[in-house]
Design a protein around this ligand. Structure first.
Ligand code: VJV
Ligand code: CA
Ligand code: ZN
Length: 389
């Protein structure tokens, strides 16, 4: 067991920087960069780093960040100090509230997670890696000149822009429990990126309040982006069976109609059962099945992290998904190794706890009917008839 070797015939690169993990959003803020330390220790205690090309990522340059963000916003982000109660710039850039606080080293944190995604994308574009991983990225809500929902710089948009230099079309897939609004908006008017987000949708009652089924792109048929935004709005409690069915069916249709040349998969782990902010019942195996399906398409693949607010489950999912990327998931002992640092944080010493173990006293009834799931699939099938490459 746990005999980890390099995958045969392809290369996986792992991009990370321990300095990212040291940042703090503030007391009891749900976003904890420290979860990356927990994930990294589990990945390394299985010995998986030996099967990848590993890179300590660098900070993105100002020029690289300006590929998407405005100079004004970046200047403000760089010099931002803990705000005064009625600072106008804070309101303009949505910085300094409780979701997007200004904390020590903020700009450094942003440039590092963005640098890792940019490097990962460049390796894919150059053909140096077949799969590239940045678990510290995936911050899908950040806008051109605005922070949003714990995200300040949109590393995904920056990575996709790198991929577009080399590849004609990029498929973006987002399994975070929240709608991937920042990425969708950035590529709203182009037919070179098809965005697909699966998320909980409950109008303004769940952040960010967008992503209904009929949000498919610009209304103007002459706009190249028309029909190139795919949204899968779900209710609470969706389980592995329904989730995997939806994922494979819809990603399969996107692949057939759009014919992507590369895939970016945002693996937000807040869609897992037992997440502090999420409301789904997806398990580590169901979440990982999405990664396995994307890998099976045989295209250059960028894996980024995202949300995930119950650190032990985030670490389990991204460890399992790393093992899928390097094709050693079948060789892995699901019992968490004894020498794993912070082992007691995992509560149960397995990568795959049962739903009962995860949801102690907090079961979430599945509010998604078979009828609704079928309705979603047929609506998206109609939408994709308009996408043809
Ligand atoms: O729902 C919101 C916005 C509010 C205003 C701010 N208050 C705190 C909450 C309601 C309308 N924001 C969401 C943002 C979710 C971002 C998800 C990011 C990702 O996973 O998609 C990608 C990384 C939200 N939900 C929960 C909270 N904010 C929240 C923020 C806190 C908090 C508890 C909950 C901030 C500080 C502290 N507790 C101490
Ligand atoms: Ca999503
Ligand atoms: Zn999220």
């Amino acid at each position: 067991k746990n005999k980890i070797v390099r995958p045969k015939g392809y290369t996986v690169s792992w991009h990370s920087n321990p300095a990212i993990e040291k940042h703090h959003f503030g007391n009891s803020h749900p976003m904890k960069p420290w979860r990356l330390t927990l994930a990294k220790s589990l990945i390394m205690s299985y010995g998986m780093h030996a099967a990848m090309d590993t890179f300590i990522s660098r900070t993105a340059t100002k020029e690289e960040l300006e590929d998407f963000h405005t100079e004004d916003y970046l200047d403000y982000l760089k010099t931002a100090k803990v705000a005064l109660p009625d600072d106008e710039t804070v309101k303009d850039y949505n910085l300094g509230g409780s979701d997007c606080p200004i904390f020590d080293g903020l700009f450094n944190y942003c440039s590092m997670y963005a640098g890792a995604s940019i490097d990962a994308a460049r390796r894919l574009a150059n053909g140096d890696s077949d799969i590239a991983i940045n678990w510290s990225g995936g911050l899908h809500h950040a806008k051109k000149a605005e922070a949003s929902g714990f995200c300040y710089v949109n590393d995904i948009v920056l990575a996709i822009l790198q991929l577009l230099r080399r590849f004609p079309r990029v498929l973006y897939i987002d399994i975070d429990v929240h709608h991937g609004d920042g990425v969708e908006e950035a590529f709203w008017s182009t037919d070179r990126v098809l965005t697909l987000s699966i998320h909980k949708y409950d109008g303004m009652n769940f952040f960010p309040g967008t992503g209904d089924l009929d949000r498919t792109g610009p209304d103007d048929e002459a706009n190249p982006g028309a029909h190139h935004a795919v949204n899968v709005p779900l209710y609470d409690g969706i389980d592995d069976t329904q989730y995997i069915y939806l994922f494979k069916t819809i990603v399969g249709m996107c692949k057939d109609h759009f014919r992507p040349s590369a895939i970016v998969l945002q693996c937000g782990a807040d869609s897992l059962a037992g997440d502090r902010l999420g409301r789904f019942n997806v398990q580590v195996k169901g979440h990982g099945a999405c990664v396995a399906y994307c890998k099976s398409l045989g295209l250059p693949l960028l894996l980024v992290g995202g949300g995930g607010y119950t650190p032990r489950n985030v670490a389990r999912a991204w460890t399992h998904e790393t093992s899928i990327a390097i094709d050693c998931d079948k060789d892995l002992d699901p019992v968490i190794p004894d020498h794993t640092p912070y082992k007691s944080f995992f509560h149960y010493d397995t990568l795959f706890p049962t739903l009962e173990e995860i949801l102690v006293g907090d079961p979430r009834p599945n509010k998604n009917s078979k009828k609704r799931v079928d309705e979603i699939v047929s609506s998206i099938r109609e939408q994709l008839r308009m996408v043809n490459f």
